[in-house]
Design a protein around this ligand. Structure first.
Ligand code: GN1
Ligand code: MG
Length: 364
């Protein structure tokens, strides 16, 4: 792996990359400086089966990080290197390196003493809400066409449902030999289908010109923000999916991961409930910063929570029916377990809808 690092503009001496278990898409490694006080790095193999336009992906990240850096500089912020990611170019000035075998690699400067968390306290959730609100504001003046969709239709639920339908058709037409996977999930499929129309509301409102798109992060899982030792958010990471979308995506995806008393892949479905304390704290912080929100966007925030859990259910379920080709799995039925856990969260969010609405009303 040292061979790969040689291609990047890294001047100091570094140790052998150590694998990190984060994310379920790319492969990540930390590369420590040999001398203390020198820069360490974060090396990633980009999953190019998923990100098929690596050039566009890397350009997006470069534009977004530069834009944020300029905003931080203009605001006179200190310690900017800890507040925004920095890509390390290759010796030839490219934003990634492609091996002769066709793999793609990229390097960031490592942000030291920064940690991701799976569970937040209400106090840190409020600060995190502010951080994501600020992030959206910082990107609000970036023209839409400045960024490409690094994964086309990424958070378009109509498209995700089409993919589910295709997976089912493949099984029914015997093109795919996974009938038992489908047979075992008939009730779940029926339940998913009964919410289809409602869940496509955002896309309809967009077509009618009633719901705007903004530049979003599109993967605001709680572990995609780094905190300092005191638990204060410092930097938003995992910028692979920054692209135009509904603010509902970022609000909903955060709640899907952080305002859930259980885990994304909990086998114990009874452990899964909406954590309204976290919901309220994050919302308070977010609304403080996201001054650009229109009334309809604010009103739809609880719907956004359900939408993202619904979308994640559909995506995990599709991958299960397709024979686990997209997400990394740790055991054979992992995608099925994830599907059921996300569906339970969706049902819990349905139950908590009125309470969530009341909180938003109170905080607006
Ligand atoms: C993936 O990058 P990572 O592993 O944090 C996925 C997200 C899903 C998430 C579910 C490019 O995120 O959309 O919400 O898994 N990213 C991509 O855990 O598909
Ligand atoms: Mg990601």
């Amino acid at each position: 792996m040292k061979d790969i690092l040689q291609h990047f503009a890294i001047a100091n001496e570094v140790a052998e990359p150590e694998p990190l278990k984060i994310g379920i898409i790319n492969d990540s490694y930390v590369v420590r400086a040999k001398k203390s006080g020198e820069k360490s790095y974060f090396l990633q193999r980009i999953n190019h089966h998923i990100f098929q336009n690596v050039e566009g992906l890397q350009q997006n990240i470069y534009k977004v990080t530069n834009h944020i850096r300029q905003k931080l500089e203009a605001a006179g912020e200190k310690d900017i290197a800890r507040k925004v990611l920095e890509l390390v170019p290759t010796g030839e000035g490219k934003l990634y390196y492609q091996t002769p075998q066709g793999d793609y690699w990229r390097v960031y400067v490592l942000i030291e003493n920064a940690f991701s968390q799976e569970k937040l306290t209400p106090a840190s959730a409020e600060l995190t809400g502010e951080a994501f609100g600020r992030f959206q504001c910082q990107l609000a003046d970036l023209p839409f066409d400045a960024l490409c969709e690094s994964i086309p239709n990424f958070h378009n639920i109509e498209f995700r449902l089409q993919q589910l339908d295709e997976a089912i058709r493949d099984i029914q037409s015997a093109k795919a030999d996974r009938r038992e996977r489908l047979e075992a999930c008939k009730d779940l499929l029926e339940a998913i289908n009964s919410r289809r129309e409602e869940m496509c509301l955002a896309e309809r409102l967009f077509r009618e010109g009633k719901l705007p798109k903004h530049i979003n992060h599109c993967d605001t899982k709680v572990n995609n923000i780094l905190f300092d030792e005191e638990g204060k958010p410092i930097c938003i990471v995992d910028l692979d999916t920054v692209m135009p979308g509904f603010v509902l995506s970022d609000f909903g995806d955060f709640m899907r991961s952080a305002a859930n008393t259980g885990k994304e892949d909990d086998r114990d479905l009874d452990a899964i409930h909406v954590d309204l304390e976290i919901f309220e704290a994050y919302t308070r912080g977010y609304l403080k910063e996201a001054a650009f929100l229109t009334d309809i966007e604010k009103e739809l925030l609880p719907y956004g929570c359900r939408l993202l859990s619904y979308m994640q259910t559909v995506r995990f379920f599709t991958d299960w029916l397709n024979g686990d080709t997209y997400y990394k799995i740790q055991y054979p039925e992992h995608n099925l377990v994830r599907t059921k856990a996300q569906w339970r969260l969706f049902e819990e969010q349905e139950k908590a809808e009125e309470e969530m609405k009341a909180i938003i009303k109170r905080l607006s």
